[in-house]
Design a protein around this ligand. Structure first.
Ligand SMILES: [Ca+2]
Ligand SMILES: [Ca+2]
Ligand SMILES: [Ca+2]
Length: 358
């Protein structure tokens, strides 16, 4: 009888331990890939490394270009007489996942200027039966069965924004619209209030993609900067079959008309099934914004723009002007009070954020 009781107790403890492990695992999510660039060679972690000029996709050791530790990733798109230049590292995780969160740190060089367009960090989906089914699809509309792709990248808005520009999604999905030339180039999506990125500054970027259930428009994509959620696009139909999965990620600096060397540094990448967030040792430092309409001054139109932003995109964390964690009229009133009190500086830079220096 005593032995029976001991066995029961052991069984009970084992089951509790198992529950604890499962629960803790669910809380943390599963980290499916990470790279702090501290160990080994790039090719140990990345299956495909490409650069227009050899040596332009490399490990970096100069401390001002390393976010944490002693090494980061350096990607340079070399000056190429106005032609395409790129540097890129790609990683696949077959067969894939239906929802993932991607967190990394990045910095654009102090003289970065891509012209107008560029491509940056890409999340792709291939058929689980063919890791190349998304390859060679530039300019083509996905069928719902072959691929999808979306990039987080900066663009200049035809000169409206200083380089590198405003963050936006560049997305291939079955319901995308054609360009004037008849091709299906990625469709651009950005928040009502653009988020302008500054050069020579580290930011924490986060990107989430949730695939839809086939037959339902319930897919999403979202990005955060320095831990603040900026834009969440919903009701996306990414696919019509469940054998298309999230299974490709790449870091890239791809410049369409490359006239100078342009470099980005990347560090501390984590890809997980759950939200990751900024590193605890590097707290978010996105500054307060007064210039919601990007005209370079703080005025009455910013008050209106904040109200519209709160109405149309209530998830944009910048709308929480008074930082009380709630989306209420008190945010707009606080902006008015700060403007009257002369607390609102001017300048487009006030819209972006991040840590200065390292
Ligand atoms: Ca590192
Ligand atoms: Ca303004
Ligand atoms: Ca608030």
């Amino acid at each position: 009888m005593k032995e029976f009781n001991n066995n029961c107790l052991a069984l009970y403890l084992a089951s509790q331990l198992l529950l604890l492990v499962l629960f803790a695992g669910r809380l943390r999510g599963e980290i499916i890939f990470s790279d702090d660039f501290e160990t080994g060679n790039l090719s140990d972690h990345w299956e495909e490394i490409k650069a227009t000029r050899q040596g332009d996709a490399e490990l970096e050791t100069r401390s001002e270009y390393v976010f944490e530790g002693t090494r980061s990733l350096r990607l340079t798109a070399v000056a190429n007489g106005g032609q395409v230049a790129l540097a890129q590292t790609a990683h696949w995780f077959m067969p894939g996942y239906d929802q993932l969160y991607y967190r990394w740190y990045a910095k654009f060089s102090a003289d970065f200027d891509q012209g107008n367009f560029m491509h940056w960090v890409l999340i792709g989906g291939n058929s689980i039966y063919d890791k190349w089914s998304a390859s060679g699809k530039a300019g083509l509309r996905p069928t719902g069965r072959d691929f999808f792709a979306t990039s987080l990248e900066t663009w200049r808005g035809w000169g409206r924004y200083p380089p590198p520009g405003a963050m936006n999604f560049y997305t291939y999905f079955p319901e995308m619209t054609a360009s004037p030339d008849g091709y299906y180039w990625g469709n651009q999506f950005q928040p009502r209030v653009p988020f302008l990125i500054e050069r020579n500054r580290w930011y924490c970027f986060e990107f989430m993609v949730k695939l839809n259930q086939p037959g339902v428009h319930d897919g999403e994509q979202a990005f955060w900067i320095d831990g603040v959620k900026i834009y969440n696009q919903k009701d996306i139909r990414w696919r019509d079959v469940d054998f298309l999965k999230l299974n490709l990620f790449w870091f890239s600096v791809y410049i369409h008309e490359s006239r100078q060397d342009n470099t980005c540094w990347f560090d501390n990448l984590v890809i997980s099934t759950d939200y990751v967030g900024p590193l605890a040792a590097a707290p978010a430092a996105t500054r307060q914004c007064c210039d919601f309409d990007l005209d370079g001054i703080s005025g009455r139109t910013d008050f209106m723009q904040l109200l519209l932003m709160k109405r149309d995109e209530p998830e944009d964390g910048r709308g929480d002007y008074n930082r009380d964690g709630r989306n209420t009229i008190a945010d707009a009133l606080q902006l008015l009070l700060d403007q009257r009190a002369g607390k609102c500086g001017s300048g487009i830079a006030a819209l972006s954020g991040g840590r200065t220096g390292k």
